[in-house]
Design a protein around this ligand. Structure first.
Ligand code: BGC
Length: 473
């Protein structure tokens, strides 16, 4: 008989084996679980960093045209990298879904169009951009809101279903600039239903809503929202319209070209008042996040004014914690020149300023002046007038530059000056009228006339003297 000890050690070794087996199983299981969890979390976007929406740009005139490309913009994949690289964190992609959905129930959106939008959203997300897709240029609903109500809701049902598993950095914006027959009252009701439709499949996705009356800040007071903490309110700012839309072909009557924006106290106040109005409205309703979804000045305005205006609006919005999206990337308001394949640095810097750089603007009423642009602090900007004299009889003569700092700036020659960049600088060529030539010409003509008169008088006198006097002798 084996001693008890052996018996004991036998049972002990069994226990040990069992314990080891359990331990190994726990380790294996926990490794497996860890693996599974990490697999799960790869799809769980909530663990990703919160999407950032602060500085954005609209890729306008592309997918909201009746067909992409019809208005001159076809979205290239590379655009999103270019936008990200420049420092934007958001793209707003206006989309005319109504041109790609059936007219009758079930109002199916074309698969081909959906695939194109999938592709574009995918490319934007790849670049870590927050992506806003909206319903843009649904003109028919502006004329007949009730007639298009079901179609609008069906469009949103399809969009919501399709993108319900997309990351939270995809935002939905209900409708661009509701206006005309789509009054505040009808819009309040429609937006409520559209939000309900979206919430069926996207319980927490960010939804952007703006007021009727073209998303004007003045109509915010009539906007009614459901209680939902994932709503962002948008508004547009194109003030003063005569400046931002000068020469705009789609506006009738089109405001005349030539209006500048100088950044006077009065001009700034108009913008500040609108932004403050939005902030006040949002605060009174529990601090609703705000998005300035569109602002921009058309390319027919002069570049110095555009830069001043754009810089001012963007900074004032930022001061108030309002996210913004510039209108727009590469078309008529474009901050990017698609032909040259590069940014219009003046506008890009106005949107996303580089540290230690300031804008120097040089203006003239006559001819052209070079040297406007962004310069690093501590450098000199050379401002040069192309010509210093214009006209024929009445001359426009360059007199002096206004806005010089006599201690720091350097006068190079008549019409050229070097400006020391110690902050934003504004220089203006001042001209005077010179009448010398006119006076000279008038004088000469006067003298000639006087001589002619004198001459004819003399002739007359001579003609009155009787001929016989001459021939007397
Ligand atoms: C419109 C564009 C227009 C822009 C500026 C946008 O909301 O959709 O067509 O160019 O506003 O007027």
């Amino acid at each position: 008989m084996k001693p008890n000890r052996t018996l004991f050690s036998e049972s002990a070794s069994k226990i040990y084996n069992a314990a080891a087996l359990i331990l190994i199983s726990i380790v294996v299981c926990s490794m497996f679980l860890r693996e599974t969890c990490s697999l799960l979390s790869a799809q769980d976007y909530s663990s990703e960093p919160k999407p950032k929406m602060s500085r954005g740009i609209n890729i306008g005139n592309a997918l909201e045209a009746p067909e992409e490309g019809m208005w001159g913009v076809y979205i290239k994949d590379e655009y999103f990298g270019i936008i990200r690289e420049a420092g934007f964190d958001t793209v707003r992609i206006p989309i005319r879904w109504s041109a790609h959905a059936e007219e009758k129930p079930p109002y199916k959106i074309s698969d081909e169009f959906f695939r194109r939008v999938d592709h574009i959203i995918g490319k934007a997300l790849e670049q870590n951009l927050t992506v806003i897709i909206n319903v843009h240029h649904y003109e028919e609903i502006m004329r007949d809101p009730l007639g298009h109500r079901e179609r609008f809701l069906a469009i949103w049902r399809q969009i919501s279903e399709r993108y319900k598993d997309y990351p939270e950095s995809l935002y939905f914006e209900l409708l661009n600039e509701p206006h005309d027959a789509l009054t505040s009252e009808l819009w309040n009701d429609l937006l409520l239903h559209a939000i309900r439709v979206i919430r069926e499949s996207n319980p927490t996705r960010k939804i952007i809503v703006g007021p009727a009356g073209w998303n004007s800040v003045y109509n915010l007071k009539d906007l009614l929202l459901p209680s939902d903490k994932n709503i962002i309110v948008t508004f547009h700012l194109y003030t003063p319209f005569e400046f931002t839309h000068q020469g705009a072909e789609w506006v009738n009557p089109s405001p005349p070209v030539g209006k500048k924006w100088l950044g006077t106290e009065g001009e700034k106040k108009q913008i500040i008042d609108e932004l403050d109005m939005a902030v006040k409205w949002a605060m009174e309703r529990g601090n609703i996040p705000l998005l300035l979804g569109e602002f921009g000045a058309y390319s027919k305005a002069d570049m110095n004014s555009r830069v001043r205006w754009t810089y001012f609006v963007a900074r004032e919005a930022e001061k108030r914690n309002i996210s913004w999206c510039y209108w727009e990337f590469c078309s008529g308001f474009g901050a990017y020149d698609p032909r040259a394949g590069k940014w219009r640095e003046e506008l890009l810097n106005a949107l996303i300023p580089k540290m230690g750089m300031h804008y120097v603007s040089a203006d003239t009423e006559h001819g052209s002046i070079s040297g406007s642009g962004w310069y690093y602090e501590g450098t000199y900007a050379t401002i040069k007038l192309e010509r210093t004299e214009f006209g024929f009889l009445i001359l426009e003569v360059f007199d002096h530059f206004e806005g010089l700092n006599p201690e720091k700036d350097r006068i190079i020659d008549e019409g050229t000056v070097e400006i020391y960049v110690d902050g934003p600088r504004e220089v203006k060529a001042i001209w005077r009228r010179d009448y010398t030539r006119l006076i000279l010409v008038v004088g000469v003509i006067g003298i000639v006339c006087a001589l002619l008169i004198l001459h004819s008088k003399v002739l007359k006198i001579f003609s009155q003297i009787p001929l016989k006097i001459y021939f007397k002798k």
